[in-house]
Design a binder for this molecule. Structure first.
Ligand code: AMP
Length: 289
């Protein structure tokens, strides 16, 4: 049987579930090379002193807190629910979901206050309890491990406090959102010692790679052609990170302009560029690694 190397960093990720594919994808985008497979317990990276350990989502926090592994990737929702002694290092910008309160579409409940004295089914009792306590609303919690959506139809509870991302499961079960408790996404967490001791250098190197993927995700590279006389106008439109690169074209009086643009204002910028007279606009993703 293969054993984990002690001096390598150990990162626990979800073995099988909602975060698995996107996590593997994220790690590969960070330039890490490893074999993965459904039946593997762990993978050793070929080009980084890292072992990726595949475990149940619910066990990751405990593994990180106790130092069995140095790092873990989990949904932020688990951090809110179980107050473990770990350090959150990074938000990873995938695995987005929200913990919400949902009620049957036909319910006569109109506001959160109407839930006073009612039963709420949830897999997230700590977060749900804290939410209602803050509002000074008294509810009875019914803890259910899975398939919460069925609870109102079975008469088990008047509402559910559940995670949702697209809302399609709720709609399928004739439920509608009454309010949101919090938003969540995948996060990188670390054992408190691992970020202090000899492994700190490796943790920092890994974080640099992860940050590279995150910034590449948030920016796009654009190139366009324009006549010289429009350069000043176009420069105003591009809120580039640095000043745009401007190079002359073979066609006299014309230049090629390239810059990096933030994804959230990207479409707006393209429209403005077209209006300013730029032509042949080309958009390229920024590859990491
Ligand atoms: P699961 O594979 O169901 O154990 O979910 C693993 C993690 O995926 C959860 O802890 C959440 O952080 C995240 N997640 C993302 N979208 C959803 C969703 N619609 N329902 C449940 N979890 C979600």
């Amino acid at each position: 049987m293969k054993v984990l190397k002690d001096r390598n960093l150990r990162l626990a990720i979800q073995k099988q579930g909602r975060l698995t594919d996107e996590t593997l994808d994220f790690l590969r985008k960070s330039g890490l090379e490893f074999e993965s497979g459904r039946f593997k317990l762990f993978s050793s990276c070929r080009n980084f002193p890292l072992e990726i350990v595949y475990v149940r989502d619910d066990d990751i926090l405990e593994f990180v807190a106790s130092g069995i592994v140095d790092l873990g990737i989990i949904g932020q929702n688990l951090l809110y629910e179980q107050k473990a002694k770990v350090k959150k290092l990074l938000n990873l910008r995938y695995g987005f979901c929200s913990l919400i309160i949902a009620i049957p579409k036909e319910s006569n409940i109109k506001s959160v206050e109407d839930l006073n004295g009612k039963k709420i089914a949830t897999t997230y009792p700590v977060s749900t309890k804290a939410f209602f306590k803050k509002l000074n609303i008294k509810v009875r919690l019914v803890q259910i491990a899975g398939s919460l959506e069925i609870a109102p139809a079975l008469g088990v509870a008047s509402a559910v406090a559940d995670l949702t991302s697209t809302g399609s499961t709720l709609a399928l079960n004739d439920l509608r959102i009454l309010t949101k408790i919090y938003d969540s996404e995948a996060v990188l967490i670390a054992n408190l010692e691992a970020v202090k001791n000899g492994k700190k250098i490796l943790v920092d190197k890994l974080i640099t790679r992860f940050k590279g993927v995150l910034s590449a995700k948030n920016y796009k590279y654009i190139m366009m052609n324009a006549p010289n006389k429009l350069i000043a106008k176009i420069k105003k439109v591009i809120p580039g990170l640095k000043s745009p690169t401007i190079s002359p074209l073979a066609k006299a009086g014309w230049v090629s302009i390239s810059s990096v643009v933030k994804e959230d204002i990207f479409w707006e910028t393209i429209e403005k560029l077209k209006k300013s007279g730029a032509s042949g606009i080309l958009v390229l993703p920024i590859e990491n690694g």
